[in-house]
Design a protein around this ligand. Structure first.
Ligand SMILES: Cc1ncc(COP(=O)(O)O)c(C=O)c1O
Length: 390
């Protein structure tokens, strides 16, 4: 029976890889496996993700996880890596050769920018960065040697939206591969494959894992793309270790419930903040006031747990505000069950001067909130108490 519903996919898909009968699959800790005979061992060593061979190639847990993620993202296949960056860099690196060109939106996860801007040019690959909200800019930046378009939507931290249908169609027309980092939305809120995007990437460290205790990444796409990406990834050793794979498989079972709760709570908190006299602006794609609300609503089923807001004050008061929060923990990352808060300007100040920071559009009083699964009333009380201190 083909399972279509994400709530059921996360519980039952890939069950066949658990051959033990145990309801909770065991942790496949063994690195190597006893071969039946030498010929079988030699044959197995050249297969795609063979089981019963060597753990850097595949384990039953990784295979089960791959099936769950592929079904969630509506793709033929997927492969799981040891971090989001391992997934992103493998998907990009295997696709390109020296002399190739990428078009990427300029607002991406900072380490992805570092990879595109600082690492790839060392291997003869060039990158053009464009405004994600300007469809024509993507088209104009395409060259004869453009191999892929790389996007992320909603983007961090201003929650800007990239037009998935436009990028999907553009890439098909120009025979370019489209890659999206779908971490912020999660497959519960957004399936870019529905809009013709070829490859979905995740930092599974965020919503898919959801408990801030596993670093992992996923690449979802066609059978051929995923095979080649796995082939590259296992050569460079981007593997998820057995205990972490098991934790991820355990945690992904509650993904739909967690994300739905985070969607609801974040929207509620964003609405509360929008009414607050000490808040200048709220950047949440589910608010009518968001400049791209219509586009967001046309391609997302829910708007996610992460958003940002600008306080009506200068930097020192913004610092005081985040440090006064008690339940909202001052920490990086997102997608966990606990609410975390950051002040992006504080992290970026050491790397940018005032003008460069202003050019990113990120003000010194912008706060990013990644909402967890607590009762939102308690988070609002925590925010209210910090507001009273500034
Ligand atoms: C949107 C996004 N993509 C990718 C990554 C990288 O993932 P990881 O830390 O699992 O390597 C992050 C990490 O914060 C992220 O926020």
């Amino acid at each position: 029976m083909k399972i279509k519903n994400p709530d059921t996919i996360v519980i039952h898909s890939g069950d066949e890889y658990n051959t033990t009968g145990a309801i909770v699959p065991p942790v496949w800790q063994s690195v190597n496996y006893k071969a039946k005979d030498l010929l079988t061992m030699a044959k197995i060593s050249v297969e795609d993700r063979p089981l019963g061979f060597y753990a850097r190639y595949a384990t039953p847990t990784l295979k089960q996880l791959s099936q769950v993620c592929a079904e969630l993202e509506k793709t033929e296949d997927s492969v799981v890596f040891g971090s989001g960056m391992a997934a992103i860099s493998s998907a990009i690196a295997y696709t390109l050769k020296s002399g190739d060109h990428i078009v990427a939106q300029s607002t991406l996860y900072a380490t992805t920018i570092k990879y595109l801007r600082d690492v790839l040019p060392q291997f003869g690959v060039s990158v053009s960065f464009v405004d994600q909200t300007d469809n024509k800019a993507f088209e104009k930046a395409i060259r004869k040697n453009t191999r892929l378009i790389y996007i992320e939507t909603p983007s961090n931290p201003l929650m800007k939206i990239t037009d998935l249908e436009f990028i999907g169609k553009l890439c098909r027309k120009r025979k370019i591969i489209s890659l999206i980092d779908n971490t912020f939305a999660s497959p519960i809120n957004q399936n870019p494959a529905d809009f013709g995007i070829d490859v979905m990437l995740h930092s599974a460290t965020k919503y898919l894992g959801g408990h801030s205790d596993v670093l992992a990444g996923v690449v979802c796409g066609s059978k051929d793309f995923v095979h080649k990406c796995w082939d590259y990834g296992h050569v460079v050793g981007h593997v998820l270790a057995p205990n972490d794979a098991s934790l991820l498989l355990r945690s992904i079972k509650t993904l739909p419930m967690r994300v739905k709760k985070q969607n609801e709570s974040a929207l509620l908190i964003a609405q509360y903040l929008e009414e607050h006299k000490k808040v200048k602006k709220v950047y949440h794609p589910g608010l009518i006031s968001h400049l791209q609300y219509g586009l967001a609503a046309s391609q997302m089923r829910g708007f996610g747990g992460c958003f940002s807001f600008e306080l009506d004050c200068a930097y020192p008061k913004a610092v005081k505000f985040v440090e006064a929060l008690k339940l909202c923990k001052l920490a990086v990352s997102l997608g966990g069950v606990e609410t975390v808060v950051t002040l992006p300007a504080a992290q970026w100040k050491p790397f940018y001067n005032k003008e460069q920071l202003a050019a990113t559009g990120i003000s010194e009083s912008l706060i990013r909130l990644a909402v967890g699964i607590e009762n939102p009333e308690d988070i609002i009380r925590d925010l209210e108490s910090a507001f009273r201190k500034i």
